[in-house]
Design a protein around this ligand. Sequence first.
Ligand code: NAD
Length: 473
Amino acid sequence: MREYLKFYIDGQWVDPVTPQSAEVINPATEDVSGTISLGSPADVDKAVAAARAAFASYSQMSVKDRLDLLEAIQAEYLKREEELGEAVMEEMGAPRALACGFHTLLGKGHLGTAIEVLKEFKFEEQRGVTMIRKEPIGVVGMITPWNWPMNQTCVKVFPALATGCTMVLKPPQLAPYSAQLLAEIIDAAGVPKGVFNMIQGKGSVIGEALSKHEDVDMISFTGSEPVGVQIQKDAADTVKRVALELGGKSPWIVLDDDGLAEHVAGATAGMMGNSGQTCSAGSRLLVPNARMDEAKKVAAEAANGVTVGDPKGNFAMGPVVSKSQYNIIQQYIEKGIEEGGELIAGGPGRPEGLEKGWYVKPTVFVGTNDMVIAREEIFGPVLVMIGYDDLDDAIAIANDSMFGLGGYVSGKDLDTCRDLARKMRTGAIWINGAFDFHAPFGGYKRSGNGREWGEMGFEEYLETKSIIGFEPA
Ligand code: NAD
């Protein structure tokens, strides 16, 4: 049983101002796995004051010293990678191989990328008489979701540390463990006091207090679209910068060529990864109408082939994160059936033999883009396959969404893939499964306004200053 009752403020593990705690539930067993403290606005005031005090000196620390710090964190991270993976498995139910694999690898990757980018980043540039300087924005409030906890936390914390910002992190209440370990890692690495602070608690309390705080210069938020809208409103009175990384309903276009079966199978299995709880998941699979029968057979086989079970066992998919997430997904599956979607795999209820734990059947519908299940983010292992007549039709369907986070194109003809990628209105497009830690990641439309990852992830945390006359004319 885990017990994490202290917050990390000003380089110390401290008790909350007003003691209050909450149980954390293991989604695989529905049992209590531990207890955390829930903070109050008074804790936020303390953490922001510590971050503000630390900013004066940390923002002036040399790049070389910041690099040394990040490398010290890297050494501590590597020592505790397995432990981080176990925490992710327990807090949000990812299978051990995924939790100790891709989940922790993403955190490590963002750390390594921050180090690489910092070595080359130009904080000053002379243009004519003007020196253009990039300076850290100040105190950053970071609010993160539970679905890829290490990824979402590390993609914020390390670029912010690299650019000279100080910060207060509020991890998700549903998945608080890995952030607690990360705070221990940062502490062990010797990050100066007050630079990094962490408070657990409710979004409606800690998140709101950070968003409204006079002395917070920026909020970096990853989470759902309605909460992003609320944060922007809460932050408006203090004119702070708000970077939003929100939800998606990402299209995956499969071209009509002899790789179709392989791509449909890969996209279907990919949708079920992390139990479908990925913001950029390819949840709308667009296949040529002329090949729909073949695509249906392949997608059904692929979904039925996804093994579901205890994250500690050797299964491809674990539970979804919580009872409430389970219920929402079930409602969407019922809605899909009600609105005439053709159910070709999965469906309502738990997979056979799994009576306890928030397990969902890998589910595939064939439907149309106007259905609710094709328009709203379900955030579970539910794929909607939609037919297209020609490539213009595919693009029209792909772009007919309020979201614009991710997009995928799979096919043999690279020129066609590139052309489709240029026409899709989303922040990132992956062609044939490529991956790049340096590629900017963020949304168009209701998927947000921020860009994280790599060099652009640094820009989020920087102000631009012009010093005119730095060089005489
Ligand atoms: P959520 O919006 O419910 O919660 C996210 C965080 O916001 C949590 O820490 C929560 O406590 C906090 N919060 C809740 N209410 C708040 C308020 N009023 N003020 C401030 N903070 C508040 O999202 P979730 O369920 O944790 O995560 C799933 C969502 O996150 C999905 O929509 C998913 O697409 C999105 N997401 C986006 C990205 C991206 O990079 N674009 C990545 C991962 C997840």
